[in-house]
Design a protein around this ligand. Sequence first.
Ligand code: PRT
Ligand code: ZN
Length: 285
Amino acid sequence: MSILKIAIQKEGRLSEKSLGLLNECDITVDQGKRKLIGTSVNYPIEVLFLRDDDIPQYVADGVADIGIVGENEVLEKDKNTTLVKRLGFARCRLSLAVPQDSDYNGLNWFNGKRIATSYPHILQKFLDEKGIKSKIEEISGSVEIAPSIGLAESIFDIVSSGGTLVSNRLKEVEVVTQSEAVIIATPGLSKEKQALLDGLLFRIKTVQQSKGNKYILLNAPNEKLDEIVKLLPGMKSPTVLPLHLKGWSSVHTVVHEKEFWGMVDKLKELGAEGILVIPIEKMIL
Ligand code: PRT
Ligand code: ZN
């Protein structure tokens, strides 16, 4: 029987969310003692716990069939992998930053300057596209301190809240690319593995669809039913069932929590009572 091998980050910003995503899909991973390989008892999947930098290579080589990794690593390593799905977490951007007191006046400022980064490939591609000639100083960590120790005049690094830049007296001047966690796959997976991947993607879609959606139940006076039903969206249309009490009905539907607070006052004005809001675990459309 075929098994789908998935690479996820062993320890870091992506680890918990990646395992959490599998858990939400009802795929329980037994991490084992050595924590390098995990298996699942309820889905034909094997999990390889790796450094995020290594994931694109492992997937390109087919050692892992798929991987969950930051788009920044996929772009930097530039291996032969297929982007299958954006996951919407670990969002960040890759930006150029300069000292706050510098006379920055546009991209040409970088001509002849040194830029410290852990992402030389993405940076070189950007500079070539813009016709800028800079010297790239490749370092593997603590990029933000490079200007203060005299290693470079500027940096190119991941920015999320911007707090790290501010505390190092730097300012973000150009956003080069955005990034989020993505699923990548080995090109040309076998039919069996592709079917397992499709099954996983279906589960992810189901979990994502249910996020933020609530199941609503309320009692409505029959004479206001039409107006109440008009206020409520539903997967097809709300379900209306008669109550034992004459003249009243029970209305059931699915509403996004963002819409809920906007409609609750109007529902009450129309005479709706006993409004229950219930979380939805899975939603298959
Ligand atoms: O050990 P391993 O190689 O596996 O992990 P790692 O240390 O290389 O990566 P890790 O765990 O730090 O990050 C994994 C991935 O998370 C990255 O490749 C990005 O795709 C994503 N991500 C999202 C981030 C951030 N947000 C982030 N803020 N990665 C790093 N940062 C760092 C950034 O380097 C900078 O130092 O946070 C600082 C900036 O944050 P702000 O909020 O101060 O702007
Ligand atoms: Zn890394």
